[in-house]
Design a protein around this ligand. Structure first.
Ligand code: NAD
Length: 267
């Protein structure tokens, strides 16, 4: 019997990157997946097919654009009309870098809406039913930038610190739900450091340009600055941790923010 047989996970931003690898890890343990993100029809279809091939009994794509503050609640309601949601992964996120003096207010607000407000709305819509069933997992994909700052990332850092704090509040509000046997309801953050996905590509290219366009040198340069392991993570490693958090054995692990950052935040 696979660990997540009969369960369903909504993973925002799961058409690619970290979200897709989290969805794959959950699918491999038998969870049905509500797939979500900005994608054309081919990418959405391919993600669903990959997840079914990995072991999901079913996968359905939802296309809500989270830059609309009303969309996140609607996403959960539409997913709930399909299946109960046992696991909610708030993973969709964007990043744009600029010093505060040059950061447009509109960009600040857009990043906050997608990275933070959407997670509030999905938790609000999904947590009560999890509590009623005695099992639920919310895994919010924050960042090392939910724990420490870097220059030129004011909206991103604000959104991720907000996500870490808000997750603690949700963890407290639902800590007593369920039991050891049912698995309880937990709310936690995963805080990745540099992880190889599309979101960091602009920063890699910017750094590579300082080394005559040498991409590997650009990556090495970024890592040497902040990530002591000098290794990037790959998205599947974040997926493996997310899966572990879904195990009923983790019923008492709630309200934490777990760095996967090669020692970045240990400094
Ligand atoms: P990515 O760019 O590959 O994925 C981002 C996902 O968010 C995509 O699936 C995209 O469709 C979705 N998304 C973006 N804007 C959206 C919108 N308006 N509406 C709906 N969906 C939207 O990058 P990733 O690295 O896989 O990012 C996933 C999460 O991990 C993000 O929250 C990011 O902040 C976080 N993170 C990434 C790193 C890293 O180094 N890659 C480090 C720390 C945290």
């Amino acid at each position: 019997m696979t660990m997540l047989a009969g369960k369903c996970a909504l993973v925002t931003g799961s058409v690619q990157g970290i979200g897709l690898e989290i969805a794959r890890a959950l699918a491999q343990e038998g969870a049905a997946i509500a797939v979500h993100g900005l994608a054309d029809a081919d990418q959405a279809k391919a993600a669903c097919a990959e997840l079914v091939a990995a072991g999901a009994p079913d996968a359905r794509y939802f296309d809500h654009d989270l830059s609309d503050p009303e969309a996140a609640g609607a996403l959960v309601r539409d997913a709930l009309a399909w299946r109960e949601i046992d696991i909610l992964v708030n993973n969709a996120g964007i990043q744009q870098t600029a010093p505060i003096k040059d950061m447009p207010l509109e960009t600040f607000q857009r990043i906050l809406t997608i990275n933070l407000t959407a997670a509030f709305a999905t938790m609000q819509a999904a947590l009560p039913a999890m509590a009623a069933r005695g099992y639920g997992r919310v895994i919010n994909i924050a960042s090392v930038h939910g724990l420490v700052a870097s220059a030129n990332k004011a909206p991103y850092v604000a959104s991720k610190f907000g996500l870490v704090g808000m997750s603690r509040v949700a963890a407290l509000e639902y800590a007593a739900a369920g039991s050891r046997e049912s698995g309880g309801v937990t709310v936690n953050c995963i805080c990745p450091g540099w992880t190889e996905t599309a979101i960091i590509e602009p920063q890699i290219l910017e750094r590579a340009a300082l080394h005559g366009g040498d991409r590997a040198a650009g990556v090495a340069d970024l890592l040497s600055e902040k990530q002591p392991s000098r290794r990037t993570s790959v998205a599947a490693e974040i997926g493996a941790l997310a899966l572990w958090l879904c195990n009923p054995i983790a019923h008492n692990l709630t309200g934490v923010a777990i760095p996967v950052d090669g020692g970045w935040t240990a400094q």
